[in-house]
Structures are given as C-alpha cells and as structure tokens.
Ligand binder design. Structure first.
Ligand code: APR
Length: 268
C-alpha cells in the first residue's frame, strides 16, 4: 500500500463525492492498472517498449514479415499475462460497477483482469489474449493450446496444425484498425459521460487517447489516477499521481462511508 500525501487524501474524498453525484460515469483503463498484478506496462518504468521496440515487435507489418520477433516477446510475457490475477484496483472498479456508479469500463488492456475481477460491461478496444488464429486458414486456437505450443515448440513461432502458417493473437497491433463496435461504442460513451475516471494510462496512443477529450468537449469532468503525468492533467478536475491499487479502493471506501453517513442522517 503506497503512502498518501494529505492533498491526495483530499482528492480521494473529492473524487468519491463526484462519482456518487454523477449520473453517467465511464472508466478508461490502461496497462498501469495491471502492473500490480505482475504484468509490465509499455511506457512506465521498465515498460515493455523499453526492451522491445514497438515498431518491430508490436506492428502488423513487421509481424507479417517476421512473426518470430513478436513470438519471442510473447514467450517472455505470456506466462505472466495468462496466469495473472486481478489486483485491488480491478476489484475496486468491479465494485463501482456493482454499485451502479459506472456505466462501463473501456480498457486498452488485453489481460481480461477486469472480467476476472467480476466486471461485466468491459469494452476491450485493443482485443484480448483469449483467442489466437491462423494467418493462413483462419483456424482458431485457445490460450491453453498456444501455451502448450510455446512449451513444446520452445523458441519457434507457433504454427497452424492444419496449414502450418503462423498463428497470431486476437490483439490489435500497431497499424491495425480497432474493432469497430468497441471503438464507436467507446466514443459514444465518452461523448455522453458526465465523468471519465482514467486509471493507469499514459494517454499516448490514438484513437483511445482522444476519448477523454470527447468527455471534456461534452462538458464532462476527468478524474485521472496515474503515477506519471499525462497531457490532460491541467484539464482534469482531479489528478492523483499514485498507484491505482492504492487509490481506487480508497475511493470506493470513501463512497461507502458517505453512503452510510447519509443513511444514518436520513433515519434521524
Ligand atoms: N498505478 C498507477 N499508474 C501506473 C501504475 C500503477 N500501479 N503502473 C504504471 N502506471 C502508469 C505508468 O506510469 C504509465 O503512465 O500507467 C501508465 C501506463 O501507460 P502505458 O504503458 O503507455 O500503457 P497504456 O496507456 O495502456 O498504453 C496504451 O499502447 O502500446 C500500446 O496497445 C498498447 O494498449 C496499449 C496502448
């Protein structure tokens, strides 16, 4: 649990009040919310792109030219990614959904930790690691089948059992379009939201980094919980530069405290 500065405690109380009052809140999450589950992010400290250049390891053109580069990176991060468990930040957001205080979670993450934490309305704008398909004949493979292949054919690129073409994950690589439904749904939600709670994203990758701008243009407010500054901090109602795993549960705790206080006052 990270220590909190007095101003952060004030901002947690403020955020709880804003979330309780808002009739239309959505959440936008990035890789930062999953680092406390052991999954490295991309641009934070020791981020994946420091070791693996995205234009070589995360780009569709380079994948089609030589899939082995992507699979070398995947071999290193897949076990962590596949076996990770949700942390207190994911659980806090799932609880906000249960309390009907958020309409949806738009996530850039492919790790399915929001769903594992119990959240249901989750839009995965960059796909997920649940499905793999063959570049040649479109045969589809599960996570477990891929893990077995990575174990058995160590160091080589997993190939299709039927046509031997390389396999690819159902994630969005740089240079690819986002899934239409999730993209347009997220833009519509952002335009209509009174509040967008942003957790663990550097807000550096389009088109998703534009979502908070839609919220602002529609007169909505931003609450940013991120341990590094973002380009929208000056426009945000609240910025808390601390760990999502620490801050989000404290916001939920404060919401519960306010609700109980209001209940007691209304019964007096
Ligand atoms: N609590 C709060 N913030 C954190 C934590 C944490 N526990 N851990 C990391 N962060 C912050 C980092 O400092 C960084 O600012 O979260 C942010 C994560 O930013 P990125 O690594 O850029 O991840 P994200 O914003 O999700 O990237 C968007 O880029 O490479 C593509 O497809 C990839 O979906 C990804 C997209």
């Amino acid at each position: 649990m990270e220590t909190l500065k007095p101003l952060e405690r004030v901002n947690i109380k403020k955020a709880a009040k804003i979330l309780l009052k808002s009739k239309n809140t959505i959440v936008l999450t990035g890789a930062g919310i999953s680092t406390e589950s052991g999954i490295p992010d991309f641009r934070g400290e020791n981020g994946i792109w420091e070791k693996y250049k995205p234009e070589i390891y995360g780009n569709i053109q380079s994948f089609l030219k030589d899939p082995s580069k992507f699979w070398k990176m995947a071999e290193e991060i897949a076990p962590n990614l596949f076996n990770a468990l949700p942390n207190s930040g994911h659980l806090a957001l799932a609880e906000l959904e249960k309390m009907k205080l958020i309409k949806a979670i738009v996530t850039q993450n492919i790790d399915e930790l929001h769903q594992k934490a119990g959240a249901v309305i989750v839009y995965e704008v960059h796909g997920n690691i649940n499905r793999f398909s063959c570049l040649g004949c479109r045969a589809s493979y599960t996570k477990q089948q891929i893990l077995n292949k990575l174990k058995k054919e160590k160091g080589s690129t997993p190939q299709c059992d039927y046509c031997t073409a390389p396999l690819r994950p159902s994630v969005v690589l740089f240079g690819e379009n986002l899934p239409n439904f999730e993209k347009f749904m997220s833009i519509d939600l952002a335009k209509k939201s009174e509040v967008m709670l942003i957790a663990g994203s550097s807000l550096t990758v389009a088109p998703i980094c534009d979502l908070p701008v839609y919220t602002l243009k529609g007169g909505g407010k931003l609450i940013i919980v991120n341990d590094q500054p973002t380009f929208l901090d000056e426009k945000a109602e609240i910025v808390i530069n601390n760990k999502t795993g620490t801050v989000l549960p404290l916001i939920v705790e404060e919401i519960k405290r306010i609700k109980i206080k209001r209940e007691i006052e209304s019964n007096q």
